[in-house]
Ligand binder design. Structure first.
Ligand SMILES: [Ca+2]
Length: 231
């Protein structure tokens, strides 16, 4: 009986779901942590392209990961096992490289390491207010992002989309109005709102392929604890 109800609920959700779920997701699973790197996986990590000292790969181009999608935290953890993390886009050159990857391979969307600082430890930080403008950072290296309503220093455009579900500039936290879930993670969407390839705040439980980028922190840690391992 219980199972039947769950199946019914799942079907209803599938039918009623365009881009954003009407039903509040249950996947803010408690007790989930960041994964530790696996030295063998780090040594054999996929190196599909290289930019300014870092290797990268797209899960869609790795045979054993190609048909999988991940919520944001699982995406980080897939990367972290390889001494990598979700991609961080601190410069226009790096952002253009990832936009090109998405365009040339017709990728519908990916996760980045971008995260809104709206969790424990982010309180009482006047420098992060208002959060929708000043509260975003790259979780892979904890670097702050430029204010979301400005063209970042050294860039020729604002990577955040000028539209979305509410036909407003991103970040718009649109899903919060629908089911109470905050859009706390940064996804690159490929023309989902007829807006080209651009940054969007999206609820972290959505499942997407990811781009992983070398994590100096994890590579250094594994190098220091596994002498002689070639990374
Ligand atoms: Ca949004």
């Amino acid at each position: 009986m219980k199972l039947a109800l769950i199946v019914l609920a799942a079907c209803a959700a599938a039918v009623a779901t365009p881009a954003i779920n009407q039903i509040r997701p249950v996947s803010n699973r408690p007790g989930r942590f960041l994964s530790l790197p696996n030295p063998q996986k780090c040594a054999n990590r996929p190196k599909q392209f290289f930019f300014r000292g870092h290797n990268y790969f797209f899960t869609g181009h790795v045979p054993e990961l190609a048909n999988r999608k991940f919520d944001w935290l699982d995406g980080r953890n897939i990367c972290r096992e390889y001494c990598m993390d979700l991609v961080s886009l601190e410069t226009q050159e790096e952002n253009n490289m990832i936009f090109r990857l998405i365009q040339q391979n017709d990728v519908p969307y990916i996760w980045t390491s971008g995260r809104l600082c709206d969790f424990k430890g982010c309180e009482n930080r006047a420098d992060l207010e208002p959060k929708n403008i000043y509260g975003w950072f790259w979780s892979a290296n904890r670097e702050k992002m430029a204010p979301t309503n400005q063209v970042p220093n050294g860039w020729g455009y604002n990577p955040w989309s000028s539209t979305g579900h509410k036909k407003q500039r991103q970040p718009d936290n649109a899903e919060f109005d629908i089911n109470g879930t905050s859009e706390s993670c940064l996804s690159i969407l490929n023309n989902v709102y007829n807006d080209g390839i651009a940054w969007h705040d999206v609820a972290c439980y959505h499942e997407k392929p990811v781009v992983c980028e070398d994590s100096e922190e994890l590579l250094n840690y594994v190098a220091a604890t596994n002498r002689g391992l070639r990374l």
